[in-house]
Design a protein around this ligand. Structure first.
Ligand SMILES: O=c1ccn([C@@H]2O[C@H](COP(=O)(O)O)[C@@H](O)[C@H]2O)c(=O)[nH]1
Length: 238
């Protein structure tokens, strides 16, 4: 049976690959993430398909723009009926506050269910070398916690962060705050371009509310078996 804390990233650009994977995983996965590759290739069709399959959708387009543009973009995306949308926290407190206020007003006005809005802190692919090269002087964890607190103050529902920072965010932002963690790799599986990683059990122990996992499932020889093994590991932490 599905563990609602697992979100599988559908990083494909063809609908037939999406359909094959969703059929293969069946009832063991109830939540999918649609990112730029898939949405820019296929568009709304993939959201319609996943909702027809009774799946929840995290539409991961990571908006990063001036407050009005980001907020209006989110209001347009909310019409798709997805469960989670996101922005970059580095877009500023003002952008996040404008975004959540307008999203709540617009969904209340139109009767559309309001999606959760979360903010990306520091991408899980970024390591200390990348971090220093873009001119950052603080350590990554301090910056992640700073952005998580700002996200909470702006009124958003949670953040995207690495499992390595989940414990510090949980302490700073409380039990109700969503902590969605990509950068999850079962033991012995390729890390690919991820840097700040943890195994599924550790991510949950650190306080993650949801795990986003793509290639360890989608690129596995047997995706169904890979998903079941991850779910079994996750079930050890409740
Ligand atoms: O900081 C971030 C934000 C988003 N992602 C997304 O999560 C998945 C991870 O896929 P894997 O194949 O498990 O690495 C991917 O869609 C990213 O765009 C992230 O990895 N890190």
């Amino acid at each position: 049976m599905a563990d609602e804390r697992l979100i599988v990233a559908l990083d494909f650009h063809e609908m037939d690959k999406v359909q094959a994977l969703v059929e293969n995983l069946g009832d063991c996965v109830s939540y999918y993430k649609v990112g730029m590759e898939l949405f820019y290739s296929v568009g709304v069709e993939v959201i319609t398909y996943l909702k027809q399959q009774n799946k929840e959708v995290f539409l991961d387009l990571k908006l990063h723009d001036i407050p009005n543009t980001a907020a209006r973009g989110l209001c347009s995306l909310a019409r798709l009926g997805v469960s989670i949308l996101n922005v970059h926290a580095s877009g500023s407190y003002t952008m996040m506050k404008t975004a959540i206020d307008q999203l709540r007003q617009e969904t209340a006005r139109t009767g559309i269910p309001c999606p959760k809005l979360i903010a990306v802190t520091v991408l899980t692919s970024i390591d200390q070398t990348d971090w220093t090269a873009i001119g950052q002087k603080t350590n990554i964890q301090e910056q992640v916690v700073r952005l998580a607190k700002l996200t909470k103050q702006a009124g958003l529902d949670g953040v995207v962060a690495s499992p390595q920072e989940a414990q510090a965010i949980r302490q700073a932002c409380g039990e109700e705050f969503m902590i969605v963690t990509p950068g999850v790799r079962p033991s012995g599986v390729a890390t690919n371009d991820q840097s700040r990683i943890a195994v599924p059990m550790q991510a949950l122990k650190n306080g993650a509310s949801h795990l986003v996992i793509g290639r360890p499932i989608t690129a596995a020889k047997d995706p169904h078996a890979a998903a079941l093994a991850i779910i079994k590991e996750m079930e050890m932490v409740r």
